[in-house]
Ligand binder design. Structure first.
Ligand code: NAP
Length: 439
């Protein structure tokens, strides 16, 4: 009875997705005086979502934010439940029965399609799988892209395009202190790629990359970044620019001074080119681009086109969330239909699956704080079974969940396996991770 009495005072929340948005939500939900317990559920046995599988392997300082999520996990009122897949192991309806509120923090894992001919050819690999491959995501460990090619087209002018180009361009020495997947290191560092194209459909003024990330491209050991001076506006425009745009222009102008034979590999940043078709019979051998101009901020075709001979195309043009059965979905935006995070009574969404794939890791913090405040305001404890109920289902179905303590064993194995200078050597096989967790 006492247990039931306590239960009726506890607000049980399940967060689906152990990435930044999920952790900031859990942190905010449990920071106040209210009696709130949160289970953060993830289909992988590893926490931290994009921090582990999205942030570039050579950007370790960004990954340090995981320490904050670890601190959240040290609390009794927050539990990580890894290796539990929504849809496969448990349904959303079941979770909604068990918890007062369910928060979807499932990110945006699907690539936005280019919508052009040839998109399905072998050798077209969206940034989702490609980044997952070099970041050891279990889903993409066997991707095996053919890098025995001369040239690659990276489509898009955002930070993901910059990440992909940089990872392809960096030498083994430059990646020594990273946690680049071993399988990717072997392919990338023996690749025959000599030309990398970053292709923007609009101009330098409209580019979405940020100055720090862009600047890194002009500081690579074996790769020279090239920008056609004819694609840069007159220098007189610089005085009208502010902030990131101004810094981007400084970096791009510096690149106009580089020479193609300065280094072994060339990274061409080409603006005003929109992809028209990917060419090839069985696999990619080129990409047809239309020259564009920008009118009122919009990309307008000129009718002139060119073909770039490339053996790999990596579209980095944004993401969509994966739809879920019985959850209303906005096809145009690729997000769950929601009103400031509320999908329907007791069901919420946060992060990229709420607002689309924009912003930095930190953008998820106000998002999580906002949704936590909304839940605390709108949802009252109703004596639901919460954690005990979930554990009963897990036991009945013979599921092997991975707790945070279990994850620490997996992490210890990854740290122990790291080569000199690297922070970890990530495991990629779920079964292997679960068996380490069980020891
Ligand atoms: P993004 O910043 O939105 O950039 C997407 C790019 O794709 C834009 O240049 C866009 O051009 C282009 N694009 C879209 N559709 C296209 C099409 N059909 N054909 C050709 N180009 C097309 O997205 P992202 O690079 O995926 O990054 C997602 C978010 O994560 C961003 O907020 C980014 O800053 C962040 N991120 C940050 C870091 C970091 O801080 N180090 C690293 C990676 C990602 P238009 O502008 O013309 O639409």
């Amino acid at each position: 009875m006492e247990q039931e009495g306590q239960r009726s005072k506890t607000l049980w929340v399940a967060v689906i997705g152990a990435g930044p948005a999920g952790y900031y939500t859990a942190e905010a939900l449990t920071s106040g005086d209210a009696d709130v317990r949160v289970d953060i559920i993830d289909r992988l046995p590893t926490p931290f979502g994009l921090i582990r599988a999205g942030v570039a392997p050579d950007h370790q300082s960004i990954k340090n934010v995981a320490r904050r999520y670890e601190a959240t996990n040290q609390r009794d009122d927050v539990r990580f439940v890894g290796n539990l897949s929504l849809g496969r192991d448990i349904t959303l309806a079941e979770l909604r029965e068990l918890y007062d509120a369910v928060v979807l923090a499932t990110g945006a894992a699907k690539d936005r399609p280019l919508g052009i001919e040839g998109e399905d050819l072998t050798g077209v690999i969206g940034s989702g799988p490609f980044v997952g491959w070099y970041n050891s995501h279990p889903d993409f460990r066997n991707l095996d892209p053919d890098l025995r090619i001369a040239a690659v087209a990276v489509i898009g002018n955002g930070n993901v395009a910059v990440d992909v180009a940089r990872i392809l361009a960096k030498t083994a020495d430059e990646m020594a202190q990273s946690d680049l997947a071993q399988h990717a290191a072997e392919e990338i560092h023996s690749s025959t790629i000599r030309d990398i194209y970053i292709l923007g459909r609009r101009g330098p003024l409209e580019a979405a990359f940020t100055p720090k990330e862009l600047g890194e491209l002009n500081n690579l050991d074996n790769c020279v970044a090239l920008v056609d001076p004819a694609q840069m506006p007159e220098e007189s425009i610089d005085s009208e620019l502010k902030g990131a745009a101004k810094k981007n222009f400084i970096a791009l102008r510096a690149m106009t001074k580089n020479k193609p034979d300065d280094k072994n590999v060339r990274l061409h940043i080409k603006f005003y080119r929109r992809p028209m078709a990917i060419i090839g019979e069985d696999c990619v051998c080129g990409i047809r681009l239309e020259e564009t101009t920008v009118e009122d901020g919009k990309c307008v075709g000129t009718g002139r086109s060119e073909v770039l001979p490339v053996g790999l195309v990596v579209p980095c043009i944004g993401y969509r969330s994966s739809p879920l059965e019985d959850v209303p979905y906005n096809e145009n935006w690729g997000v769950f239909k929601n009103d400031e995070g509320l999908i329907t009574d007791g069901l919420y969404c946060v992060g990229w699956c709420r607002r689309g794939p924009t912003g930095t890791i930190g953008t998820n913090k106000p998002d999580g704080v906002g949704i936590a405040a909304k839940i605390l305001d709108e949802v009252k404890p109703s004596g639901k079974a919460g954690r005990d109920g979930l554990d009963t289902i897990v036991a009945e179905r013979g599921l092997q969940i991975v707790t945070f303590q279990d994850w620490k064993k997996i992490e210890a194995a990854e740290i122990a396996a790291a080569h000199d200078g690297a922070p970890r050597s990530k495991l990629t096989d779920i079964e292997e991770m679960v068996s380490i967790a069980e020891t």
